[in-house]
Design a protein around this ligand. Sequence first.
Ligand SMILES: Cc1ncc(COP(=O)(O)O)c(C=O)c1O
Length: 391
Amino acid sequence: MKFANRLDAIETSAIRELFKLLGKPGIISFAGGFPDPALFDVEGIREATAAVLANQPGAVLQYGATEGWQPLREGISAFMADKGSQVTPDGLIVTTGSQQALDLIGKTMISPGDKVIVEAPTFLATIQCFRLYGADIVGAPIDADGVKVDVLEQLIEQHKPKLVYLIPTFGNPSGATLSRERRLRILEIAARTQTLVVEDDPYGELYFGAPPPPSLLALSEQVPGSREWLAHCGSFSKILSPGLRVGWMIAPAQLLAKATMCKQFSDAHTSNLTQATAAHYLTLGRLHPTLDKVRAVYAHRAQTMAQCLKRDLGDAIEFNAPQGGMFFWARLTQGRNAADFAKRAIEKLVAFVPGAPFYAHDPDPSTLRLSFATADVAKIEEGIARLRQAL
Ligand SMILES: Cc1ncc(COP(=O)(O)O)c(C=O)c1O
């Protein structure tokens, strides 16, 4: 078959190939990006699903509005207000996961050859999605405080990108969190250079100690003109359940209207049943206690992983322990290659993802990502001990 030219630049992700090996019996996996299913509030979701099917069966099983189920748009508006962002229900659309919001941004904004700046490293699916629309992707370096703003500013001046895509809080894969100062500077640069900044924030609620700095969206109120150049993608995937496929997009009215039009051709609307379930769930008062539990469990796992990495791998590895989210981003020292290490690790029945695919270009082959979300503390201890044997 002759497929569309746009697919020429896209390969099956190296990560998917690796996932095929994860079925080996006895393997301990730090490779996935999934939340721990044992932490899903099944009882709450069951209660919410039963309530919406009992109360409005016709409506929740029917077609619905492309913009989203109105009570959920109101619920998300209140959820965002809690986090310091003022968004009216009609200032957001519900999307089928935040992945769809990213796709709609690609579809509405990117023409072949357009420059797009992303963090190096960044979320692999975004790189692939934006490439599908023909983006010429430029990577901006990061450190423990997120993207290096001076370099980002130079890259914006140089490339005049169509947009800048950032995961400012507990990045995937970097685990890094952008400091408040850098957030304010990015907003100032966006407003001054009239550059669209896309803030992807699926992990912001998963903090271990003090909450992270406010989102770019929340801070935009302090930086005149910046809100007009900001899109924000949110999701219930990492805090409630990814299977519901409920995310959202907040954007300037013009962009939101174009994205809504494109969503009509894509899936018409997100499932009313899962949207109504999420909306009802938000009224149950169960989200905060659930989140408290998830934060405590992930914090303990992250702490264990940091201790084990130090104890078992010592000087062979460098990392900054994340303050939230689901990932450690690490670098092997002494010129070790993470892809080779991953192969040896699989033989020892432990898996992680080598870091190279997370770079749009010029990968650092010594990097790797380890997720601590799904393995319990005993598995983390055993898995990191196996990594030492694979060194
Ligand atoms: C940074 C980032 N953005 C977006 C997504 C997509 O999540 P969802 O479509 O489930 O909301 C993920 C999922 O892992 C992610 O890590």
